[in-house]
Write a protein that binds this ligand. Sequence first.
Ligand code: 3SL
Length: 241
Amino acid sequence: MPSIDVCFSPELLHLYNLKGKAVVAVDILRATSTMVTAFAEGAAQIFPVMELEECRDFARQGCLTAAERNGIKAEGFDLGNSPFAYMDGSVQGRDIAITTTNGTRAIRLSEAAEEIVVGAFLNLQAVADHLAELGLDVLVVCAGWKGQFNLEDTLFAGALVERLQEKFSKENDSALAALYLYQTAKADLLGFLRQSSHVRRLEHLEIHKDIAFCLRHDVYSVLPVWRDGRLVDLKVKELES
Ligand code: 3SL
């Protein structure tokens, strides 16, 4: 039976061997929720990068550029990190380069894995189905906040452990802790997260709508996966072949 484990911060990745594993990179508020939404809205490819300058350079290749630092859209970029900014039809068929404070970092630091999947509550079941089909050991990599633990990514990890628990063994206590936390919180995720640091940070920016949206489960069936230096939606690829 394959196993599932949870890494609470990219800073802890040195403790894990990613070789041969499937990583689920998650930044519920809001980077991976936004990427999932972008694919659902028809984005062609997403280039997650760590630095603002690198992201800006992608404009020369005809990409839309998206950047966020500390919860705020960075100046001079086409898009920020709100999923709602990707819903006006403008990303349909477009390539997007994106850099965010923590989410894009979690993805890029996981490159040694066999497979990287971008997860969010919004595409939870699509991610669970893909992992069950792959049958590899799974590591959920929580983006956290500047190296520190956060609740919302851990809750997602717990939700995924719950969906996969019949088919995957829990590698260690972090998977168990995430599961217990999710089971405690799932009846009212928004209420549970109200005192969390990032929700307080975002509420100062008046992004209540984003927070509620990013906590919705199974809204989309898109499946962003890392292929040759970019993210593509595997569901679209399956339909094409
Ligand atoms: O840290 C990140 O990558 C962002 O998702 C943070 S925010 O939701 O845009 O504030």
